[in-house]
Each structure stands twice: as structure tokens, then as C-alpha cells.
Design a protein around this ligand. Structure first.
Ligand code: NAD
Length: 328
């Protein structure tokens, strides 16, 4: 099965939190293409209205029958969460403050958006009889355990404030099924990359930062020796996993948690080599001191999500990178 075959029940209404961010805006775009009614919620802290321009233009268009409503609001406000979840069937909860480094510098901000904000969303979803709640968790919960690949039942070992916030919110998400019957599914994304991932912050992810530097004709920066590796996953795989989680009737998935990735790892030095090939130039990174909180290697086992949700990656790393470069 692929993205085209995903089928939602007719007339369902969905909410995407963090809809103006990288992953949220890609999900939004896909769900609108499926002709669903989508409400988006975002406080525009790291996201941007330009990411949802098309949807906003359509919703203010003359036809007046747009399927999209945008709430400029904050998940730290319980009243906002209550209003956003009213009449909604499925919530895709993407809103959070990303970045390990940001969380180490501003622990309180990461805590309030990622933990309090998620609990507010769960509370409001339950009160408003939302049926299903898909939570964007993170591979960072595994930390630096040497065992690869990361299997879901391994002990977790978060190494940063960000990882603790994502794990705590994941626990709340699981409990909302066990205690209240809200059908929750947590998806532990490994490093995601793709269109609309911002390269403009000091906290940006490594691939958009590399591409930005190359486009400016300057040298990309690598913290450490570049041999650190990640299971980088193209955005379509993440949209696909979310849709499978949202439409699955497998009760085993509820209150459960799954890796979402490509199932292969690639080092930063290998990415630089690939980019040198694509751009046909010798790209020489600048190596700087390793950063605290960064894990050395990461790789996902995809067995559990394959078994329970029927997921397998749709796009491999190289194809995803080529696709992104063609649009960057
Ligand atoms: P992003 O920063 O592009 O998007 C997050 C969005 O949430 C932004 O639009 C931001 O404005 C919004 N937001 C933040 N705090 C908010 C608040 N208090 N109220 C309302 N909106 C708020 O990040 P992303 O890469 O799209 O990440 C989406 C989700 O996926 C996050 O939960 C993140 O933790 C998770 N995740 C991402 C990756 C990755 O590689 N990108 C990996 C693992 C997990």
C-alpha cells in the first residue's frame, strides 16, 4: 500500500497541531488533498504562515467552501485546546518545541510546550470525544544506548531535556488510552527531512543547514568527526505512518508506540559525499567540537510498525535527498 491507497472515512474532521511547521504542514497538505475537513492550530513560534499559504488562500477564497480553518493559538492554553478539538474525530499532534540544543538552553520552554501542551491536548481531546489521537514522539527517547537497531521494548535512556519532554508526553499519551479509552498511537520519528524544513534557526536540523550553506557557497558545519549516523527518513514516510495510525483498526496499536524511519543509517560524512556528487563540487565541511546531548548513532527497527500497522518506508534516503534538492 502507498499514500494514494490510504482511505479515510467520509466526513471525518481532523485537527493538525503544529500545522505551520515542517511535518504539520506536509500532513495538512496531504489531508486536504484527501478532501477532509482540516483544522490547524499553531502559535507560529517556529512555524510560519508561508508554510500554509496555499491552504490559507483557499480558505479565504471566493468559493467559501474551503475545508481548512486555522487557529493562531497556543497549546499551553487549555481553552485554546478545548476550542480546537471541538467536533474533531482525529488529532495529529505535531506541535512541540524541537531541538535538543534549544531544550538544553531553555528547559522551561520545552517543558511547557511539549509536556503541558500535550497534556492539555489530551485532556481536551478526551473531553470533546475525539476518537483518535496520533502523537509525534521521537527517537531521542532511546538516548545513547549502544544497541542498534533501536527496538521499541528496549529500556529508554533520554539524554536531553527535549528527550525527557517527548517521553513524558508519550507516557501521558499511552495513559489516555489505558485510563480513558482515547485511541492513541505514538510515533517515534527518527530524523525527518524534506520540503519546508526550516534552515533559518540555529536550532535547525542538519540536512536543511547543509543545503543552505551549500547554496550560499559556504562550508557546512559538522559538530564532531562526522561519523555520527542517523536513520534519516524522508517526510513522505512520516505522513504515511501517520495516516496508517489514523486509519488502522488494529486494537493492538492503541496506547502503543512505534518507530517511524527508513531502517538504514547514514553518517554525516556520507551525506556530504553524496551532496558533493549531486552538486558536482568538492564540499569541505568545517568540523567543530561535539555537542552535549547529541547521540552518536541511531537506527530503527521497523518490525513492530510493519507488523501492527503495515508500514514500510515509501521513499529511501537517496531518493528523498534528490527530491528535496530538486525543490530547495
Ligand atoms: P517544527 O518546529 O517545524 O514544527 C512544530 C510546530 O509547532 C511549529 O509550527 C511551531 O510554531 C508549533 N508550536 C510549537 N510550540 C507550540 C505551542 N506551544 N502552541 C502551538 N504551536 C506550537 O518541527 P517539526 O520538525 O515539524 O516537528 C513536528 C513534531 O515532530 C514535533 O512534535 C517534534 O518533536 C516531532 N519530531 C520531529 C522530528 C524531526 O526530525 N523533524 C524528529 C522526531 C520528532
Amino acid at each position: 500500500m502507498g499514500l494514494e491507497e490510504i482511505k479515510f472515512d467520509k466526513d471525518i474532521k481532523v485537527l493538525v497541531t503544529g500545522c505551520a511547521g515542517f511535518i504539520g504542514s506536509n500532513l495538512l497538505e496531504f489531508l486536504l488533498k484527501k478532501n477532509l475537513y482540516v483544522r490547524g492550530l499553531d502559535n507560529l513560534s517556529t512555524g510560519s504562515l508561508k508554510n500554509i499559504n496555499k491552504a490559507l488562500e483557499a480558505s479565504s477564497g471566493k468559493s467559501g467552501n474551503s475545508n481548512f480553518d486555522f487557529i493562531n493559538g497556543d497549546i499551553r492554553n487549555p481553552e485554546t485546546c478545548k476550542a480546537a478539538t471541538g467536533d474533531i474525530d482525529i488529532v495529529f499532534h505535531e506541535a512541540a518545541l524541537g531541538s535538543v540544543q534549544r531544550s538544553i538552553e531553555n528547559p522551561l520552554d520545552s517543558n511547557s510546550s511539549n509536556i503541558d501542551g500535550t497534556l492539555n491536548m489530551l485532556f481536551a481531546s478526551h473531553k470533546n470525544n475525539v476518537r483518535r489521537f496520533i502523537y509525534a514522539s521521537s527517537s531521542s527517547v532511546y538516548g545513547d544506548t549502544p544497541v542498534l537497531p533501536k527496538v521499541e521494548d528496549m529500556p529508554v535512556n533520554p539524554k536531553s531535556i527535549y528527550a525527557v519532554t517527548k517521553l513524558t508526553a508519550e507516557y501521558y499519551t499511552r495513559l489516555y488510552y489505558n485510563l480513558y479509552g482515547l485511541e492513541t498511537v505514538s510515533l517515534r520519528y527518527f530524523n525527518v527531512f524534506g520540503e519546508r524544513q526550516s534552515p533559518d534557526s540555529i536550532y535547525s536540523a542538519v540536512i536543511p543547514l547543509f543545503l543552505k550553506k551549500i547554496n550560499e557557497d559556504s562550508r557546512p558545519v559538522i559538530f564532531g568527526d562526522g561519523e555520527q549516523s542517523r536513520d534519516f527518513s524522508y517526510i513522505d514516510n512520516v505522513v504515511y505512518a501517520n495516516c496508517l495510525a489514523a486509519t488502522s483498526e488494529n486494537k493492538k496499536a492503541f496506547g502503543n508506540f512505534y518507530n517511524v524511519a527508513c531502517g538504514k543509517r547514514i553518517s554525516l560524512n556520507e551525506i556530504i559525499r553524496l551532496l558533493s556528487e549531486y552538486y558536482d563540487k568538492d564540499i569541505e565541511p568545517v568540523y567543530k567540537e561535539e555537542r552535549k546531548g547529541d547521540v552518536k548513532h541511531s537506527l530503527a527497527s521497523l518490525e513492530k510498525i510493519r507488523e501492527d500497522l503495515g508500514y514500510s518506508p515509501l521513499v529511501g534516503f537517496k531518493d528523498g535527498l534528490a527530491e528535496l534538492i530538486s525543490k530547495f
